[in-house]
Write a protein that binds this ligand. Structure first.
Ligand code: Q46
Ligand code: ZN
Ligand code: ZN
Length: 311
């Protein structure tokens, strides 16, 4: 297989576009596509400070790398979740630290157990046995938002990719999760107390991002979180992969079509489901008097003002 542009040996065939590319042209396209998506969907302005949620995986580390390379003002934020099974959190943090040392890009590392006395695994053992990802998701959203705000960021970027996002959409539609469908966006506008959220990698497949990370020498954690095994999303991913194999481009059409359809709907027809009150403890938006984060970590609410590289 030869590169469409220069006829050198191709390292990938982007089947969605039937586009074989060599290393040089693949890397070039990956970065220019990221920039194009950011501009097209007005994700980042030049004066913005962008927090990038980094887990230690290929998507988030590559995103932080590319945004930094594109000269955006970035700050990585890594949460040590306190998942000790299979050394998951320990290893994730190791990859993040290696990345920081190798590329010298600033990353704030926040240890939940050290600050809130309980890590995600402690919470799962107690009240949240049935729904590990619900509590984990809630804690991650809360902390990412507040840590980014405290470090003067005004945009929060996540490394969601085409495979994640189309599987999520598939699940949301299958069960008509109206609130989730409403919330599933490329760009979520800033609201009082909540940062603008963007997903610049949303139209890249996992395979493209993994190849980018490998070609750029970005080491990343390959283990999945031990609690993700059996997660429904994995089943949806496998169904969509079968469809994609039969008909390349299915996932991209599915997701792009959804966003286009959504942009045509009158926003006033959608009811906002975000918090309308301010939490009595921490002041963040919530639907209740006290937000779920403060209820969960009753005795150890968020109160530490961290700056980059403090732990
Ligand atoms: S939500 Fe669930 Fe993830 Fe948290 S418990 Fe693990 S799988 S890390 S993306
Ligand atoms: Zn080429
Ligand atoms: Zn609160």
């Amino acid at each position: 297989m030869r590169c469409r542009i220069c006829k050198e040996r191709a390292v990938i065939n982007i089947r969605t576009h039937n586009l074989p590319l060599c290393k040089e042209h693949f890397l070039e396209r990956f970065e220019s596509e990221t920039k194009r998506i950011i501009k097209k969907y007005k994700m980042i302005k030049n004066e913005d400070k962008v927090a990038v949620a980094v887990s230690g995986g290929k998507d988030s580390l590559s995103l932080l790398y590319v945004l930094h390379k594109l000269k955006y003002n970035v700050l990585g934020i890594h949460l040590n979740l306190g998942i000790y099974s299979e050394n998951y959190s320990l290893n994730s943090e190791k990859f993040v630290r290696n990345f920081q040392d190798k590329f010298n890009i600033p990353i704030l590392i926040y240890d939940i157990k050290k600050n809130q006395e309980k890590g995600i695994e402690d919470l799962i053992k107690n009240r949240w046995k049935e729904k590990p990802c619900s509590v984990c998701g809630m804690v991650k959203r809360y902390l990412m938002n507040i840590l980014a705000l405290k470090n003067n960021c005004n945009v929060l970027a996540t490394g969601h990719n085409l495979d994640d996002e189309s599987a999520r959409l598939f699940g949301n539609i299958l069960y008509w999760q109206e609130e989730h469908i409403e919330h599933q966006e490329l760009v979520l506008k800033e609201e009082e107390g909540l940062l603008k959220k963007i997903k610049p990698f949303i139209f890249f497949s996992e395979k493209e991002i993994a190849l980018y990370a490998i070609l750029k020498g970005i080491p990343y954690i390959r283990d999945e979180c031990p609690y993700s095994i059996g997660a429904k999303t994995l089943k949806y991913k496998s169904i969509l992969n079968n469809l994609e194999n039969d008909s390349p481009g299915t996932k991209l059409r599915f997701l792009k079509g959804f966003y286009e359809f959504k942009s045509k709907i009158n926003k006033n027809d959608l009811k906002s489901f975000k918090g309308t009150k301010k939490c009595r403890e921490c002041g963040m938006p919530t639907k209740r008097d006290i937000c779920t984060f403060c209820t969960t970590f009753e005795k150890h609410p968020f109160k530490i003002e961290l700056k980059v590289n403090e732990r």
